[in-house]
Design a protein around this ligand. Structure first.
Ligand SMILES: Nc1ncnc2c1ncn2[C@@H]1O[C@H](COP(=O)(O)OP(=O)(O)OP(=O)(O)O)[C@@H](O)[C@H]1O
Ligand SMILES: [Mg+2]
Length: 247
């Protein structure tokens, strides 16, 4: 762990981003970002507002074009694969907002997520087993769910295609403080279900508490990276990005 110029590759990466550059119109946001996720890892990306964290997830999910760099999944270059086809490569995505259909029921939301899947009712049953609360609420409109339940549904919807890696933008955003830990329990459940997680988070301490590794982005560049425990223990990371201790 340390202040970095070059980001070391990890062995056996499932998802790898290398030298990713992108932005919006004339505005370049990412200036060559590197990141890896291993199978079954939870990896957290954090850093100041506007650092480009959401932009990085969008670039990986091909919602933005790569201006430079590459994304590979299991060694296959997916840099030019369309978003709709990324399901075939085992990549899923949960945006920060507008991630469920409020007027559809829980089960209908899952069916929409499972549209690309042949045996979606079986997959839905698996996800109800993983998230029993959703089974209890299966006929309820998504708009009537609590914030935490809605985030759970958003993840389950994206898991309907049984991805190998799920990109999640701020799973604890907008949740009351006492619900934040529970949101991370759900992220751990995703991993237990066999899906690696790459998440962006602002609740950094709690996120690092369940993550294997983390990356700090600052102004569109890698700033720190390392095992979660090392990042938590780092004075520099704490002073710059973690704020005052809550405990
Ligand atoms: N749709 C957009 N059009 C133009 N500029 C954008 C757009 N979305 C984001 N930006 C700009 O890109 C930069 C990075 O934004 P991004 O949303 O990736 O940051 P972030 O790290 O996710 O921040 P936050 O912690 O606030 O979610 C910011 O300067 C932002 O204003
Ligand atoms: Mg963001």
């Amino acid at each position: 762990m340390g202040d970095i110029r070059r980001v070391p590759r990890v062995d056996d990466a499932l998802l790898s981003a290398r030298g990713v550059e992108t932005g919006y119109g004339d505005l370049q946001v990412l200036h060559g970002v590197d990141l890896d996720v291993r199978r079954d890892e939870i990896v957290v990306v954090f850093g100041p507002n506007g650092a480009g964290k959401s932009t990085l997830l969008r670039a990986i999910y091909r919602l933005l074009p790569l201006w430079a760099g590459s994304v590979t999944v299991d060694g296959t270059d997916v840099s030019t694969v369309e978003t709709a086809d990324l399901v075939d490569y085992g990549v899923g995505y949960v945006p920060q907002t507008a991630n469920v259909f409020p007027n559809l029921s829980v089960s209908e939301n899952l069916d929409v997520g499972g549209a690309p899947v042949a045996d979606s009712s079986r997959r839905r049953a698996d996800l109800y087993a993983l998230f029993p609360r959703l089974a209890e609420r299966s006929n309820q409109r998504a708009s009537t769910l609590s914030g935490g339940e809605r985030q759970m549904l958003a993840m389950a919807r994206a898991l309907m295609t049984d991805p190998d890696v799920l990109l999640v933008d701020e799973p604890s955003a907008g949740l009351a403080p006492q619900l934040v830990e529970r949101a991370f329990d759900h992220v751990q459940r995703v991993r237990e279900g066999g899906t690696a997680v790459l998440m962006v988070e602002q609740n950094v301490r709690a996120a690092l508490g369940i993550a294997d590794r983390g990356y700090v982005l600052d102004v569109g560049e890698n700033r720190f990276e390392g095992p979660a425990a090392d990042l938590l223990a780092s004075d520099a990371v704490r002073d710059l990005y973690l704020g005052a201790r809550e405990d």
